[in-house]
Write a protein that binds this ligand. Sequence first.
Ligand code: HEC
Ligand code: HEC
Length: 86
Amino acid sequence: MKLNKRDTIFLLIVAGVIIFLTVGATERTTKSVPDNDTHKNVTSRAQCMACHGVEGVKPQPLGHPKANQCFQCHTQPEHWVGSSKK
Ligand code: HEC
Ligand code: HEC
C-alpha cells in the first residue's frame, strides 16, 4: 500500500485523536481523599460534613455538587476501614 501525503496527514490526525481520548479517559480531575489518619477512619457522610460543611475546618468549595456519595468522585483512601465503594 502506498501512502500519499493526504493519507499520511489523515492517519496522523486519527492517531492524535485516539491518543487524546485514551489519555483523557484515564486522568482523574477530582482530588482523592487523603490517605491520612483523619480520613481513613471516617465511615459516614455526616462525619465528612462535620469538617467539610460550610462551618467546617475545610469547607467544600463554592458550587460543589450536592451529591452524597463522596467516593463516587473522590477516590477512597487506600487504607480506609469502612465498607468498599458503593
Ligand atoms: C476531622 C475533620 C475531617 C473529616 C471527618 C474529613 N475530612 Fe477531608 N479534609 C480535612 C482537612 C483538614 C483537609 C485538608 C488537609 C488535608 O489534606 O488533610 C481535608 C481534605 C480533604 C479533601 C481534599 C484533598 C486535597 O487534595 O485537597 C477531600 C477530597 C476530602 N478531605 C474528603 C473527605 C471525605 C470524603 C470525608 C468523609 C469520608 C472527609 N474528607 C472527612 C478534614 C476532614
Ligand atoms: C459529583 C462528584 C462529587 C461528589 C459526589 C463529591 N465531590 Fe467533592 N469535589 C468534586 C469536584 C469536581 C471538586 C473540585 C475539584 C477538586 O478540587 O477536586 C470537589 C472538591 C472537594 C473538596 C475541596 C478539595 C480541595 O482541596 O480543593 C472537598 C473538601 C470535597 N470536594 C469534599 C467532598 C465531600 C465531603 C463529599 C461527600 C459529601 C464530596 N466532596 C462529594 C466532586 C464531587
